[in-house]
Design a protein around this ligand. Structure first.
Ligand code: ZN
Length: 338
């Protein structure tokens, strides 16, 4: 009987302790592996950035040009970024999208300081058509309803402070982090917009869910006369007969299916010029004649290069974090600590 009891006790011990020992070992192994992986990543991150070229102290304060009154303000990088993130992206967007915007804005700022000669007396300006949008905290708060002010501002602060010092690099260099509002489903190469050379990290990439945003589609209706006059302002040699078939015709498309060249009468105009001249939101457009009018249906908003802001929000809604969002829009990049 004793033997049976003893066997029973041993059996119980085996049942309870062996899995415990194994799982303990397993936990230890996993956390060790995790630590090793983390260390390796950190090691790689540090070696990725050219530390001689990018010294954090150099970027702790920046010179911001206020375009309205031509005043140059010395401002801490973090305070500047709070104004950019809150000026560039709706605070209602997902936290991870705002975090991505903060890292992109920081990267863009550093790139400008190192590489741009746009402004002689300043590093960067507060005009979104020239550099990046920027807004004071006071003005930002005033534009929000009172009951969401605190929550919105804490999201902006979290985006900037939780990603403090993080920038995007390719081959050890800070990238030219273009961004725009809505890609219409696929981003564009720089050469597709401005000509010249492409960057390896700015490739066309597809993003789902962008059609859920108001920035996705728009239309512009012009009378034939209005259309003709707008083109004539820049091209006095325009000759167009609206009675002729194909008097306006899309000649070719960019890699991401945006209009590269539009034939207008006797002229071949670039899609980018047509966009600016007619005030279209992007170069991804079709058109049709409706009686005396020409109607342009436009997809997406902005030049289409780099990160799409609504695309970032759409990805965040589908579970992506800011690093995944950034690595989706910028091909082959690293996110490193400055
Ligand atoms: Zn500027």
């Amino acid at each position: 009987m004793r033997k049976i009891i003893l066997l029973f006790i041993i059996l119980l011990l085996l049942i309870f302790f062996i899995p415990a020992v194994f799982s303990q070992k397993f936990i230890q192994t996993s956390s060790l592996e995790a630590e090793t992986i983390q260390n390796t990543t950190e090691g790689q991150e540090n070696s990725e950035l050219n530390k001689d070229k990018y010294d954090y102290k150099e970027f702790s304060t920046i010179k911001l040009l206020h375009k309205n009154d031509n005043w140059v303000e010395e401002i801490s990088l973090d305070d500047y970024l709070l104004g950019v993130v809150s000026g560039e992206m709706p605070a209602t967007f997902e936290q991870e999208a705002l975090n991505a915007q903060a890292v992109v804005a920081r990267t863009y700022t550093l790139y400008m300081i190192k590489n741009s000669k746009k402004h002689e007396e300043a590093d960067i300006c507060d005009d979104s058509n020239c550099c990046q949008a920027w807004i004071t905290k006071e003005n930002r708060l005033a534009r929000w309803e009172e009951d969401v002010r605190e929550e919105n501002w804490s999201k902006i602060e979290k985006a900037v402070y939780s990603t403090k010092g993080k920038v995007i690099t390719y081959d050890g260099e800070v990238i030219d982090a273009f961004f725009h509002s809505n890609s219409g489903g696929i981003t564009e190469t720089p050469a597709g917009v401005w000509g010249g050379t492409n960057y390896p990290y700015l490739q066309p990439v597809e993003t789902s869910g962008e059609d859920a945003y108001s920035q996705y589609s728009s239309e512009v209706v012009l009378s034939k006369e209005e259309f003709k006059n707008k083109i004539l302002e820049k091209h006095q040699d325009l000759n167009i007969d609206f009675n002729q078939e194909n008097c306006i015709e899309i000649v070719d498309y960019t890699e991401s299916n945006r209009v590269k060249t539009l034939k207008v009468g006797n002229l071949n105009l670039s899609g980018v010029e047509v966009r600016t001249t007619l005030g279209l939101r992007s170069t991804n457009f079709t058109f049709n004649f409706e009686g005396d009018n020409i109607k342009f249906n436009v997809i997406g908003y902005g030049h289409g290069v780099g990160m799409s802001q609504t695309g970032a929000d759409s990805m965040a809604k589908q579970g992506s974090n800011y690093e995944e969002i950034i690595k989706h829009f910028y091909t082959g990049v690293e996110i490193v600590n400055l």
